[in-house]
Write a protein that binds this ligand. Structure first.
Ligand code: GRF
Length: 203
């Protein structure tokens, strides 16, 4: 069986990237992580990639005249590696028309809240400020908005009394590391079908 080729785009720590790589190395995995790309040279995720022996690239958006030129360079790299699926994992940029156009329905993101609640930055702090009793994480297809694409899967996490941002984030992150690789496997098993805003997951 030919395995799917995944690229992970990140801007920081890279713990989801590491979880995806670990899962890709488990018996029977149907995908391989071919590369990590960061818009930030300092991203700890790039060092993690090196430790895993996965090619890691820093593409600095500041060196390009605009988002289109930056994403054109990014796409060259993704296409050279024959990437089937692009996974955003803590990638702190909106995806523009160039990347979306070259990978239609083939870009995923993970967000640390139950969308459509609390999109954007500091989702866990937003949830705590709002006083919700349940938060969690969401894996969704990426569109041009901030965390607005069709939702694929969600995992709820209870908010406990006494939670602060750090504690809640830690418990959500643990679930992110389980949910994201699962969704990637579903993608490569051909189980995800988009019907408008609804993603149908077949058995
Ligand atoms: C995660 O909480 C993810 O949901 C959000 O950014 C964070 C990235 O963490 N989009 P890491 O870099 O994967 O550790």
């Amino acid at each position: 069986m030919k395995k799917g080729n995944v690229a992970v785009l990140l801007s920081g720590r890279g713990s989801n990237f590491a979880a995806i790589v670990r899962s890709s190395r488990a018996d029977g995995a149907d995908f391989t992580v071919r590369l990590a790309v960061s818009d930030c040279g300092e991203a700890a995720g790039l060092k993690k990639a090196a430790r895993f022996g996965i090619p890691a690239h820093h593409i600095d958006p500041a060196l390009f005249p605009g988002k289109a030129a930056y994403e054109t360079r990014l796409c060259e790299l993704l296409e050279r590696e024959k990437i089937d699926l692009v996974c955003l994992a803590g990638y702190m940029r909106l995806v523009g028309p160039v990347l979306l156009g070259r990978f239609p329905g083939r870009i995923l993101n993970i967000h640390p809240a139950l969308l459509p609640s609390f999109p954007g930055l500091d989702a866990q702090a937003q949830a705590l400020r709002h006083g919700v009793k349940v938060s969690g994480c969401t894996v969704h297809f990426v569109d041009s908005g901030t965390d607005t694409g069709a939702i694929i899967a969600q995992q709820a996490v209870a908010v406990r009394s006494g939670d602060d941002v750090e504690r809640l984030s830690r418990r959500i992150l643990r679930q992110e590391h389980i949910l994201y690789p699962r969704v990637i496997s579903m993608f490569f098993a051909g189980r995800l079908q988009i019907a408008g805003r609804t993603v149908i997951i077949s058995e």
